[in-house]
Ligand binder design. Structure first.
Ligand SMILES: Nc1nc2c(ncn2[C@@H]2O[C@H](COP(=O)(O)OP(=O)(O)O)[C@@H](O)[C@H]2O)c(=O)[nH]1
Ligand SMILES: [Mg+2]
Length: 224
């Protein structure tokens, strides 16, 4: 995926023998929970999955995913951060790591744990000690100048998703401009344009995650 991890103060434990941890971050309302639901629906037959959600005060995202029955209830854990969401995914990741480990202890082998961040501003990025890979989700309604403004999520996430393309004509956002600006700061890392309203199964993001999982599986096989 070509991400440069050299400057992260945390070292991720080797992924072999444990679930791959995928962080999904981005501003409030951009479509993180909708994307998490899409990934669960698409991949749950092929891979052993679980989800950790982060909210400041509530368990709303986890409740939504349970209501939608994207996975069985015991595969979805809510972490209530009680503080700025980015703290729990970047500075003190212990509550999230505990939640991931509890899911692994309960279910035995898991292939993938998705960790959805609480909605945050553009500065949020997962610690590499928590997430092996991360997706940053923007939406066109947040303004088409957001990719140009950059920030660590836009620039460094392994995959940048620009969601709600269906709304672009309604809010006057130039999607091609967003894509170009994103490409300029991302050094070749991929960008996916999605509309979870028009294509709720998010095929391009599912294909990317499937590729990451196959890579992890191949690496684990090579080690053992
Ligand atoms: N029009 C439109 N609405 C979307 C799209 N994706 C998500 N939404 C809606 O945007 C709202 C916020 O989505 P959610 O996944 O909860 O955002 P989160 O806060 O990032 O987790 C919900 O009402 C979704 O149904 C999309 O592609 N197009
Ligand atoms: Mg959410």
């Amino acid at each position: 995926m070509g991400a440069n991890h050299d400057h992260d103060p945390h070292e991720a434990a080797p992924a072999a023998g444990r679930a791959l941890r995928l962080g999904i971050g981005g501003p409030v309302g951009s479509g993180k929970t909708a994307l998490t639901a899409a990934l669960c629906r698409a991949l749950r037959e092929e891979f052993a999955l679980a989800v950790v959600t982060n909210d400041i005060y509530t368990t709303e995202d986890a409740d939504f995913l349970r209501r939608e029955a994207v996975l069985s209830d015991d595969r979805i854990t809510a972490v209530r951060t009680g503080c700025c969401p980015h703290t729990a995914i970047r500075d003190d990741i212990s509550a999230n790591l505990d939640a991931v480990e509890a899911l692994e202890a309960r279910h035995g082998h898991l292939d993938l744990v998705i960790v959805e961040s609480g909605g945050d501003n553009l500065t949020a990025l997962f610690s590499r000690g928590l997430a092996d890979r991360q997706i940053f989700v923007l939406d066109v309604a947040g303004g088409d100048d957001v990719p140009r403004k950059g920030g660590p999520g836009v620039a460094n996430a392994d995959l940048l998703v620009i969601n709600k393309t269906d709304l672009a004509p309604l809010v006057g956002s130039d999607v091609a401009l967003m894509e170009r600006d994103a490409a300029r700061v991302r050094g070749g890392r991929p960008v996916a344009l999605t509309s979870l309203r028009e294509r709720p199964d998010a095929p391009e993001v599912v294909a990317w995650v499937r590729g990451v999982l196959r890579e992890a599986r191949a690496a684990a096989t090579a080690v053992t």
